[in-house]
Write a protein that binds this ligand. Structure first.
Ligand SMILES: *Cc1c(COP(=O)(O)O)cnc(C)c1O
Length: 489
């Protein structure tokens, strides 16, 4: 270790470790706000392809921790973090991801300053009240008024919690307070998101206890096949436990037939969880597409997807609070409630998975109050219209083939390569094409595989997208295809 200089020693005496004078905070915060504003105003001109290689990124950011603080100089690298990243602007159509709404980002900054813990009302009277409020707003917005719930890190943990509740409520042998030797069976469509098998495995239900139910041509679960699988399991002496329906599959945005599935789940006394991480929030704009949502037991949705919130903000809603408490209440003496007041004695940790949690609600509350529900509904409608516009452009292009109906805002299509290309040739061509499109940095798309066919997938949950951005997609795909074709010759 290097010995301290006299000056540093003096600083140590006069200042507490980690002390930050008010004026320094103001100056540095202003710098961050300035950089943020610069980013937002230049976002549209930035490339959707990372402006850095893996090696460059390591050189810049995989540094050793300094023994002595850099002070304000530490902030200088924020520009690199910004410039060397990848821009999620109005032409970013990958995954289920948009740019993030900036008012909410300001809420996030303030959240970290207040640093309140969402364990219980007593640890954050304002934050916990705001979280309970936005959970109610979300439930009402999607037609599930009266549901309780909690904000989560995302759809994955919301799905995990939903299935934990299903196991608590429906696992064979559970009436005796034990999960039986043989776990129950879970049903989901073959298009279900990977978060569901992961949750099934993590909960110890067992990978072989998950049935993948076949879909129709629109990638929706076939209720008759669900019924058949349940019947077969029962005949073999196994115990059906839960159905997971998708309200917006990640690949194509297909919505499983919720009323028919709910009827089957109900008749067989199964838990019905809906994975709405991608799509369910759109129920606030197009409720007709989501009939039956109010009849489910639990529902996951992701404000960080189709409510434009910065990461992270997921949500689990559930109908039966008692079951949530049975699943999640393991109160240790160190966490004992001191208040019996119905409001002040409230504890999130008795109704959800995590204990210490960031206040994800403040950004959402601020963003919803700033813009109003009407603006969010309008933004969702715009995304839906943009997806239809893209679908029409794809359909109008003889070299492109659309591979799925556009139920929500995901558009799956491929380039035919040439008129008599084989399926493996088309798959290889479209993989090369996607890589090329991404590299060119003008639009960003991800991929899906539908019935063995590799396709380009544009998912539009993006409040920055303009019609001209949508109109740029097909010409860009065709241009990139010409480049790929030329390279293959
Ligand atoms: C994104 C997604 C998930 C996972 O949610 P995270 O927020 O990424 O954890 C689960 N299901 C579907 C349908 C999704 O689109």
């Amino acid at each position: 270790m290097t010995p301290m200089t006299g000056e540093l020693c003096l600083n140590f005496i006069s200042m507490r470790p980690l002390e930050l004078p008010d004026d320094d905070f103001r100056r540095l915060a202003a710098e961050v706000v300035e950089l943020s504003a610069e980013y937002l105003s230049t976002l549209d001109t930035r490339s959707t392809f990372p402006a850095t290689s893996g090696v460059e990124a390591e050189k810049l950011f995989a540094t050793e921790p300094p023994e002595h603080g850099l002070g304000a100089a530490a902030f200088a690298t924020l520009r690199d973090v910004m410039d060397r990243g990848r821009a999620q602007n109005g032409r970013f159509f990958g995954y289920v991801q948009g740019p993030g709404e900036p008012i909410a980002a300001l809420g996030d900054l303030f959240t970290s300053i207040l640093n309140q813990n969402m364990t219980a009302w007593r640890s954050s009277p304002s934050g916990v009240t705001i979280e309970r409020t936005v959970v109610r707003w979300l439930a009402e917005a999607v037609g599930c008024a009266g549901f309780s719930g909690t904000l989560t890190g995302g759809g994955s943990s919301a799905n995990l919690m939903g299935l934990a509740m299903a196991r608590e409520a429906k696992s064979p042998g559970n009436e005796r307070g034990l999960w039986g030797a043989q776990p129950g069976v879970v049903y989901a469509s073959e298009e279900v998101h990977m978060a569901v098998p992961k949750a099934v495995a993590m909960l110890g239900i067992g990978r072989n206890q998950l049935r993948y139910i076949p879909c129709d041509d629109a990638y929706c679960m076939l209720p008759a096949e669900l019924e058949r699988a349940i019947r077969e399991d029962k005949a073999a002496g196994r115990t059906p436990m839960a159905v997971v329906a998708s309200a917006g599959t990640v690949n194509t945005g297909a919505i499983d037939p919720l009323p028919a599935i709910a009827e089957i789940a109900h008749a067989n006394k199964l838990w019905l969880h809906v994975d709405g991480a991608y799509g369910a929030i759109a129920a606030m704009a197009v409720p007709g597409k989501f009939q039956g949502l109010a009849s489910v037991d639990s529902l996951s949705l992701d404000p960080h997807k189709w409510l434009y919130q910065p990461l992270d903000c997921g949500c689990l809603l559930y109908r039966d609070l008692d079951n949530a408490r049975k699943t999640f209440m393991y109160t240790g003496s160190y966490a004992k409630q001191l208040s019996t007041d119905p409001i002040e004695g409230f504890a999130f940790f008795e109704e959800s998975m995590e204990l210490s949690r960031r206040c994800r609600a403040l950004k959402l509350w601020l963003s919803l109050r700033y813009h109003g529900l009407e603006s969010f509904r309008a933004a969702i409608h715009r995304d839906l219209n943009h997806a239809q516009r893209l679908a029409s452009a794809v359909d109008a292009s003889p070299m492109l083939e659309r591979l799925a109906p556009v139920e929500l805002s995901a558009v799956c299509f491929r380039h035919l390569a040439n008129a008599d290309a084989s399926e493996p040739e088309r798959n290889a061509f479209n993989l090369a094409l996607l890589k090329r499109i991404i590299r060119r940095g003008k639009v960003y798309m991800s991929n899906a595989e539908l019935k063995g066919r590799f396709c380009l997938r544009a998912c539009i949950v993006n409040h920055m997208t303009k019609e001209s951005d949508i109109d740029a997609i097909v010409p860009e795909v065709l241009q990139a295809a010409r480049v790929v074709t030329a390279e293959l010759r």
